[in-house]
Design a protein around this ligand. Structure first.
Ligand code: NAI
Ligand code: MG
Length: 486
């Protein structure tokens, strides 16, 4: 039950942690190749830890070129002999079965996601895992209807695809990658991020149980070098990558001039724009959701807030008040709003940006919450007195840090919002439909939310302008990216 603390704005809730009793984690995880768990050729392993406690959760195989070769051979053989020749309706049944099994095991996936990555259980339970299942359901539906999706185009699979994903939405990104690849008749080599491999490996167990033919999905774990071994492999027909713009650029250079297709989903520095005619309380909730959701580990995070001058003081006051009531702490506690920062490295990156923000003259405000003594934590932070040239207004921080600026006119906010090398997403808060349409036409962003934020759906394509990426995932556009269309 909620009881109000002495200090007016903070809540004192009894701890309500999710039990981990029924979670089964092996001490050691091997690669998943050709339907079996296989020891790494070089015999090396690395640890994955719980970023909230620094406790080691498991050891995971470190993939080398030799392991990637095995996975590519398995995927090629599965592609040629089984998956690409199977009637599409039969393929659909497997994809549908995987979706159902994710639902059945949702609780286990949610807890492991929060343990391994540090995100609040409320998010992994209500967002990550259900959306992951939805992606498989959605794509199961398309598998036998590709001719209707792309009439007169003779849609054909590409072959073997290599997929490299980040640590911010581990199972969800695995689903975004695997589901459309399977629906279009391709086979897969997936590499999860080195700090969050466990739900992908649990998915491998589920795939084994689903009876999906051996070699259709292979999962190789490791860090950047393992990813590079996949990108460089000559027998892979497409690379799908989600991660930093820096690595995205390397990948794009590597595949240039080869037959490989590529899609890149990279960083962002989204503008969240709030007009004086907006429903202010709703907008404040949306702003909080936009940047503090998942500790700001979101490529489409609303990290730049633009407030119309007349409502600036009201919005800042409400935001500061809301910051105080955010509960930061144990990711497994159902009351937690802001969990642990994914890694020590990411925490350092965020703290460095906070320092730079202060040094460049912006005014910092942080929640007065106390942080746990162990683990990686960052207080929800906002900056005032920010100008366009400030580093914190230009570069992706990927943490719970909001840079606030003001504007007077629509023209001004559009030019400020577009003044960034990125263009992944944006948010607009206003009572006027005409303003929404005006802005959505002029903002250079792949996804624009109106009077809401961070809403995802498998049917709507996702992807960026400029340095935010190349190509789209989700919807028909995402399917097309896994097909040869004549
Ligand atoms: P990263 O881009 O290095 O990692 C993403 C994935 O790529 C991981 O699976 C990693 O092992 C793999 N990888 C790394 N180097 C590679 C290479 N040379 N070839 C192939 N694969 C490679 O991102 P990192 O270092 O974890 O985070 C750095 C910054 O990137 C963050 O601070 C954030 O700003 C941004 N980022 C953006 C994400 C997004 O969703 N757009 C996701 C994760 C990070
Ligand atoms: Mg971990």
């Amino acid at each position: 039950m909620k009881t109000k603390d002495k200090s007016e704005s903070s809540w004192n809730l009894s701890p309500a942690p999710e039990s981990t009793d029924h979670i089964q984690l092996k001490k050691r995880y091997e690669h998943f190749i050709n339907g079996k768990f296989v020891k790494p050729v070089k015999g090396k392993y690395f640890a994955t830890i719980n970023p909230a406690t620094e406790v080691k959760l498991a050891e995971v195989a470190e993939g080398t070129i030799e392991d990637v070769n095995k996975a590519v051979n398995a995927a090629r053989s599965a592609y040629e002999n089984v998956w690409s020749v199977m009637p599409a309706l039969e393929r659909a049944k497997y994809i549908y079965r995987i979706a159902r099994m994710i639902q059945e095991r949702a609780k286990e996936f949610a807890i492991i996601e929060s343990l391994d990555g540090g995100k609040p259980i409320r998010e992994s339970r209500d967002i990550d895992i259900p959306l992951a299942a939805n992606h498989f359901f959605y794509h199961a539906g398309w598998a036998d209807k590709l001719e209707y999706a792309f009439p007169n185009k003779n849609p054909q699979p590409l072959g073997v695809v290599g997929q490299i994903i980040p640590w911010n939405f581990p199972l969800l990104m695995a689903s975004w990658k695997i589901a459309p690849a399977l629906a279009t008749g391709n086979t897969v080599i997936l590499k999860p991020a080195e700090t969050t491999p466990l739900t992908a490996l649990k998915l491998a167990e589920l795939i084994q149980d689903s009876g999906l033919p051996d070699g259709v999905v292979n999962i190789i774990t490791g860090a950047g070098e393992t990813g590079a071994a996949i990108v460089n492999h000559p027998e892979i027909n497409k690379i799908a990558f989600t991660g930093s713009t820096q690595v995205g650029k390397i990948i794009n250079k590597t595949v240039a001039g080869t037959q490989k297709k590529v899609t890149l989903e990279l960083g962002g520095k989204a503008a969240n724009i709030i007009f004086e005619d907006a429903a202010i309380d709703q907008a404040v909730e949306g702003i909080v959701n936009g940047i503090y959701f998942n500790q700001g580990h979101v490529c489409c995070a609303g990290s730049r807030l633009f407030v119309q001058e007349s409502i600036f003081e009201t919005v800042v006051k409400k935001l500061k008040h809301r910051l105080e009531s955010l509960i930061v702490g144990d990711p497994l506690d159902k009351n937690t709003d802001v969990g642990a920062i994914n890694s020590k490295e990411q925490l350092k990156t965020i703290n460095d940006y906070i320092e730079i923000g202060k040094q460049e003259g912006a005014l910092m405000y942080q929640s007065s919450c106390t942080l746990p003594s162990k683990g990686n934590w960052c207080k929800p932070t906002l900056f005032l007195n920010v100008s366009q040239s400030h580093t914190i207004a230009q570069e992706e921080i990927f943490g719970p840090v909001l840079a606030i600026q003001t504007f007077r006119t629509i023209e001004e906010v559009i030019s400020k919002a577009n003044n960034t090398p990125y263009g992944l997403s944006a948010g607009v808060w206003t009572d006027k439909g005409s303003k929404i349409f005006n802005l959505t036409h002029q903002l250079q962003a792949g996804v624009i939310w109106a009077n809401t934020y961070n809403k995802f759906d498998p049917a709507s394509p996702f992807g960026g302008y400029k340095e935010s990426g190349l190509g789209r995932e989700g919807g028909l556009h995402g399917l097309a990216a896994y097909l040869n269309l004549k």
